[in-house]
Design a protein around this ligand. Structure first.
Ligand SMILES: NC(=O)c1ccc[n+]([C@@H]2O[C@H](COP(=O)([O-])OP(=O)(O)OC[C@H]3O[C@@H](n4cnc5c(N)ncnc54)[C@H](OP(=O)(O)O)[C@@H]3O)[C@@H](O)[C@H]2O)c1
Length: 249
């Protein structure tokens, strides 16, 4: 019996695979049979993910997307793909009136420009097979739910959630699907590094706003694998909210 949920015979690029959601996605994609090309900024963390991948034939590349030649190097190193997961990203937590242009540029570059330009160049170089699936990491803040200090982060994710619809339209002739996942709070390094939010505030937020509690990277990875697989072959241009009920609360 054929299994539409499998990732057998698919080659998938995952950025940000050295940590959190990207790492969990890489490990699950490999378990589901995919061959992976993974990237991360910190070599030791990327190696840790790499050694935990099932199967064989995977490739890895250490890249800092703040370096000008990173996208060119990545696209040159890739042969052919059936899927992309853009998980590399950063967060910023600054009240609107204290936003600095440099920080705004940085978050837009890493969260919006880099995944768009990687995708553009892979398509231009014809490195994405017909019927490929592209998954962007947006966020609950990209589709309306927000919190204090999230101006630049939600602007970058809102742009992603908007852009995937245009890309889905334009790529449909090639049968390439483009979607995003929009997770609520998932405790990863990204959240650990948010000094402005204390662990007591997080516990209070979880209790008051998340009927099913905060999520795990693995729970987000499950949804990403679904979007990469042929089981979601009629889904494109969708922002899939994964938030333990936070947005209906
Ligand atoms: N955690 C959440 O609550 C949450 C909710 C909604 C959406 N998201 C989104 O999910 C994605 C993954 O986040 P996460 O929670 O898994 O965070 P994470 O654990 O901090 O992972 C972020 C990843 O991005 C990579 N990265 C950061 N800056 C980079 C740069 N300049 N060049 C190359 N790679 C870079 C990191 O590489 P190194 O580790 O090697 O430095 C890491 O692999 C992000 O796009 C985030 O916005 C997260």
């Amino acid at each position: 019996m054929s299994n539409p949920f499998t990732l057998q015979n698919k080659t998938i690029l995952i950025t940000g695979a050295s940590s959190g959601i990207g790492r969990a996605t890489a490990i699950l994609c490999a378990e589901m049979g995919a061959t992976l090309f993974i990237t991360g900024r910190k070599e030791s963390k990327l190696n840790e993910t790499f050694t935990n991948l099932s199967g064989s034939g995977h490739q890895k590349l250490v890249l800092d997307f703040e370096n000008e030649d990173a996208i060119t190097r990545l696209v040159a190193a890739i042969d052919q793909l059936d899927g992309i997961v853009h998980s590399a990203g950063i967060v910023d937590n600054v009240p609107f009136q204290f936003i600095k242009q440099k920080a705004l540029d940085k978050i837009f570059n890493l969260n919006l420009n880099v995944p768009l330009m990687i995708t553009r160049d892979l398509i231009k170089k014809r490195k994405l097979h017909s019927k490929s699936s592209i998954v962007f990491l947006s966020s609950l803040v990209g589709v309306g739910k927000t919190y204090y200090g999230a101006t630049s982060y939600s602007a970058s994710k809102g742009a992603i959630s908007s852009v995937i619809k245009v890309m889905a339209l334009e790529m449909a002739t090639k049968k390439i699907r483009v979607n995003s996942v929009c997770p609520g709070m998932v405790l990863t390094e990204m959240v650990d590094n948010l000094e402005a939010i204390s662990s007591n505030q997080l516990k209070k937020d979880e209790k008051e706003n998340y009927p099913l509690g905060y999520g795990t990277p693995e729970q987000v990875a499950n949804a990403i694998v679904f979007l990469l697989s042929d089981a979601s072959s009629w889904i494109t241009g969708t922002n899939l909210v994964i938030d333990g009920g936070a947005s209906i609360h």
